[in-house]
Design a protein around this ligand. Structure first.
Ligand SMILES: Cc1cc2nc3c(=O)[nH]c(=O)nc-3n(C[C@H](O)[C@H](O)[C@H](O)COP(=O)(O)O)c2cc1C
Length: 212
């Protein structure tokens, strides 16, 4: 596989100090809104990296479901590999890649579980099949076959037919990322990309430009 000749140039936009928001959440919202307007599937997808007890990193995509009170919320199974990593070592790196606008946003932060009530409120809004799927899956645990998985799904469907209230699984819920830093990357010509980092220092956001 030879990928040597894949080369892109970046000229969609710039990110200059003169048009930056002073608060990174405002900057994030501004960029996110403009990406969401493109109506690209899974525009709220982010990769989150966690570290296990041996120090090994892993990452995977999850969907950002809310940004409120300076927290980024996503939902998962607390017993999953990521759930265990985050409960043991509650720090995360989150990454958004917005290709069509030649942008990347990196976030580092602490992570806390959100309240059960908030998770339940969100769980209740999920489509029936997603609720059953969450109930039927011990996420990240091995299973002997696809058929075994489907039969667990059917058992839950029989127990909780469509129209009934599917209880939120004990191990399921949201995490809130509490960012300590954001990096906004805007691709530019000649590889002179813009990189602006916001770091939380003594409760204030400090802004620095990094070399590309
Ligand atoms: C587009 C997309 C969206 C996803 N959204 C979620 C999500 O919101 N929550 C989740 O737990 N897993 C989500 N997944 C699945 C995860 O990437 C991952 O496979 C799963 O959570 C198990 O990860 P773990 O074993 O590292 O815990 C999504 C995957 C993709 C590709």
């Amino acid at each position: 596989m030879d990928l040597h000749n894949i080369r892109e140039s970046y000229k969609f936009d710039s990110l200059l100090e003169s048009n930056l928001e002073s608060n990174p959440f405002d900057q994030f919202q501004h960029w996110y809104q403009s990406y969401a307007e493109l109506r690209i599937k899974d525009s709220n997808a982010m990769a989150i990296a966690t570290v296990d007890s041996q120090g090994f990193p892993s990452n995977r995509i999850v969907l950002l479901k809310a940004v409120e009170n300076n927290e980024l919320i996503f939902f998962t199974n607390y017993g999953s590999a990521k759930g265990q990593d985050l409960l043991n070592n509650p720090v995360v790196s989150a990454l958004f890649f917005w290709r069509e606008q030649e942008r990347q946003v990196r976030i580092q932060g602490k992570v806390v579980k959100i309240s059960k009530e908030k998770s339940e409120a969100y769980f209740a809004t999920r489509p029936y099949s997603s609720q059953i799927g969450a109930a039927a899956s011990e996420q990240s645990q091995p299973i002997e076959s696809r058929a075994a998985l489907e039969s667990k799904f059917s058992e839950f469907q029989m127990e909780y037919p469509e129209g009934s209230t599917v209880p939120m699984p004990e191990n399921w819920g949201g995490f809130a990322i509490q960012p300590l830093s954001f990096e906004f990357w805007q691709g530019r010509e000649g590889r002179l990309h813009d990189r602006i980092v916001y770091t939380l220092e003594r409760s204030e956001w400090t802004i620095r430009r990094l070399q590309p």
